[in-house]
Write a protein that binds this ligand. Structure first.
Ligand code: ZN
Length: 261
């Protein structure tokens, strides 16, 4: 690599398995509810790395930290695609472990983070996962409008509005055709669409249970979800844009026209 040439970037994903929820609520078959698995993505060059979507429990965060450490790269940035706590509550633990890390999110996502860190934790997260979530001060600062650099490769946020919550984004790395999609795209786990905003989105199949085919999938009570929109078959065509959706353990390729709910 010369001083002026960008490094050739690569990426890997780490899937944190779902965490059993506290409480008496059960699926119709008697099983406990379990949170969705989570995908964290590491984008890395020769020396430096960017982590996207840290997980939310202490245990998951320690495992992701070990994985980052094993990469041998210096963690320079953490980015969260949206404000749901399961995509960033582990951030402060990672910042303690990896020094001089810049934490970015969009301005809108940072607003959602403040809600999740206060009312969100009190009303939901700490009830469902008592004692498992570390301190979660909001450390993110607004990502610059023109993005930032990883070894002279541009990395940019693309705001996509309301998906499974308000003010969501994907992270685009044009030099390698990568979009880290957060909860905009799901694979191997049922899409959360309980906040679907339109009647069209709520006119789904209304099954009593969603049972995705993937071995990583978890049963999910359909009463919590208003609709089901099937993702078209994944494209394996060379040149398709790469996505790393939530719950995806492999490099998945979606056609650009995919509807992802
Ligand atoms: Zn989400």
């Amino acid at each position: 690599m010369t001083a002026s040439a960008p490094s050739s970037l690569e990426y890997e994903t780490f899937v944190s398995d779902g965490t059993p929820r506290a409480g008496e609520e059960r699926l119709p078959n008697g099983d406990r509810l379990v949170s969705s698995p989570l995908t964290s993505t590491l984008i890395f060059g020769e020396e430096d790395a960017v982590l996207v979507d840290p997980p939310f429990t202490r245990e998951q965060t320690e495992q992701v930290g070990d994985w980052v450490e094993r990469s041998g790269r210096r963690l320079t940035h953490i980015y969260s695609t949206h404000g749901h706590g399961d995509h960033w509550f582990g951030t402060a633990e990672l910042v303690k472990r990896f020094h001089d890390v810049t934490v970015y999110a969009t301005r809108g996502t940072i607003e959602v983070m403040h809600q999740q860190a206060t009312d969100g934790r009190e009303q939901m997260w700490d009830k469902r996962f008592p004692g498992l979530i570390p301190d979660s001060p909001v450390l993110a600062q607004p990502i610059p409008a023109d993005g930032f650099q990883l070894e002279r490769n541009l990395i940019q946020a693309v705001e996509v509005g309301h998906t499974d919550t308000d003010e969501t984004s994907v992270l685009h790395v044009p030099s390698i055709g990568l979009i880290v999609a957060g909860d905009v795209a799901y694979n191997g786990v049922h899409q959360t669409s309980s906040k679907a905003a339109t009647a069209a989105c709520r006119n789904g199949l209304r099954p009593s249970i969603a049972s995705p085919r993937s071995s990583r999938a978890r049963l999910w009570p359909a009463t919590r979800t208003k609709t089901y929109r099937m993702i078209p078959p994944f494209s394996t065509e060379p040149g398709s844009t790469c996505w790393t959706p939530s719950g995806c353990s492999t490099k998945t390729r979606l056609p650009a026209s995919s509807s992802t709910g």
